[in-house]
Design a binder for this molecule. Structure first.
Ligand code: CTP
Length: 397
């Protein structure tokens, strides 16, 4: 199942490091080429000889000692996945902040391959707000987290923080490769609300935070796609995705239309302004000059423009933010804009739409497909949207 896959197995200095030996053996048994990277601290917990005997290469630990090449960039570039098992609070924090203090943290920074983090630590450390926040940021960037279980911890304590079972970890690694229907596909996702300038300090905007678009971009990279995110917001970019920053509807239009032809799937999750001021004041509008009259003009409809130039086999997904008559309005947008799918949400419902971590949507297809996805996290909504989109992509050779 893992034949031909190169996996860097990062082992950090937690007591659960002994279980990484079992993970290593199972990965090799499934055909993977496993490169073990032990931190200095891991050497206090397990002997490198065991890993060297079981893995496909001798243990590596230092940026300086093991090779005449630059091993972290080489390993990062050639890995199909990096599995950190166990992952201490330290390595989680390092990856969140981009700190590269040793070979493993440097390798994690030098890769665009999927990363699987298997945390193991005392309950207090697992529940510390710093760890909770670090893991949330990593998950948002697309790092796969295999959560710890309840059980006996070092020193006889009992609680949450025990490393997941080796079989669970290996299953998750296998799934990385089994489940990549977007491998070789180019996906474009837009995210966030556009801002239309009134004067140098003011703009017309909306409440979109980009969370749903970023969740779709993260899932699409996990499914193997090469993802470009055209975004108006400053959030952690999912690992492996490329971000293009824009501000206004016109800028988003130019960025999107410039790359649309090369993309297999385009998801317009951005909340694009419908109107913009006709004239942008050169200087700040002064209160003393009285209440300004701001005349608006329509912006370009990017989704409709994409619908007009859509090439055969390309899948186009739009969103519909509604506050009433959800299905009727969404079906109308689907037809009017030439999309293949519309993801409609009632943004007036509790927990739905802008700024929430949750969403509830109805996905409508031009081919009469309809599915309701009840209130859930935005990652699960992303799964449902991408699954409907994948079903509509033509088969590759
Ligand atoms: N959209 C777009 N360009 C615009 C406005 C909207 O590409 N100028 C896209 C959005 O990204 C979304 C879809 O069109 O995918 C629907 O957006 P929405 O704001 O719900 O629809 P509108 O066309 O603005 O219609 P209405 O304001 O009547 O609801």
């Amino acid at each position: 199942m893992l034949q031909g896959r190169t996996i860097v197995l990062g082992v950090t200095g937690g007591i659960a490091a002994y279980k990484a030996i079992e993970v290593c053996r199972r990965l090799v048994d499934l055909g993977a080429h496993v490169t073990p990277v032990l931190t200095e601290a891991a050497h206090h917990m397990v002997g490198p000889t065991t890993f060297t005997a079981l893995a496909s290469e001798p243990v590596k630990t230092s940026l300086w000692r093991d090779s005449h090449h630059i091993p972290h960039t080489k390993m990062g570039q050639t890995a199909d996945a990096i599995v950190v098992c166990p992952a201490t609070a330290r390595i989680i924090s390092d990856l969140r902040t981009g700190r590269s203090g040793d070979l493993l943290s440097a390798t994690l920074l030098a890769t665009t391959a999927p990363v699987v983090m298997c945390p193991a630590m005392h309950t207090e450390m697992w529940e510390h707000p710093a760890t909770v926040e670090n893991l949330a940021v990593l998950a948002e960037r697309g790092v796969v987290i295999v959560p710890p279980e309840e059980g006996r911890l070092a020193g006889g304590d009992i609680g949450k923080g025990r490393l997941a079972e080796p079989a669970t970890i290996v299953d998750r690694v296998v799934k990385l490769f089994a489940d990549r229907p977007l491998e070789g596909r180019r996906v474009l996702v837009t995210a966030g609300g556009t801002r239309e300038a009134i004067d140098p300090v003011r703009y017309i905007g909306n409440r979109s935070t980009g969370k749903q678009g970023y969740a779709i971009a993260a899932k699409a990279t996990q499914l193997g796609a090469k993802v470009t995110l055209v975004t108006t917001v400053d959030r952690p970019v999912p690992d492996g995705a490329e971000a293009v920053e824009v501000t206004s509807a016109a800028e988003m239009h130019d960025a999107v239309m410039g790359m649309a032809a090369e993309c297999d799937l385009i998801v317009m999750a951005a909340a694009v302004a419908d109107f913009r001021p006709i004239a942008v004041a050169d200087g700040k509008l002064k209160k003393a000059d009285g209440v300004p009259e701001i005349e608006l003009e329509p912006t370009v409809d990017i989704l409709a423009a994409l619908g007009e130039v859509k090439r055969p086999g390309q899948v186009l997904v739009g969103f519909a933010a509604e506050t009433s008559d959800l299905r009727v309005n969404a079906a109308d947008k689907l037809a009017r804009k030439g999309a293949d799918l519309i993801v409609a949400n009632d943004v007036s419902a509790p927990g739905v739409g802008f700024a929430h971590d949750t969403n509830a949507v109805t996905i409508l297809g031009a081919d009469t497909f309809v599915v309701d996805v009840p209130l859930t996290d935005k990652g699960s909504i992303a799964d449902a949207v991408l699954s409907a989109a994948v079903d509509r992509l033509p088969a590759t050779d």
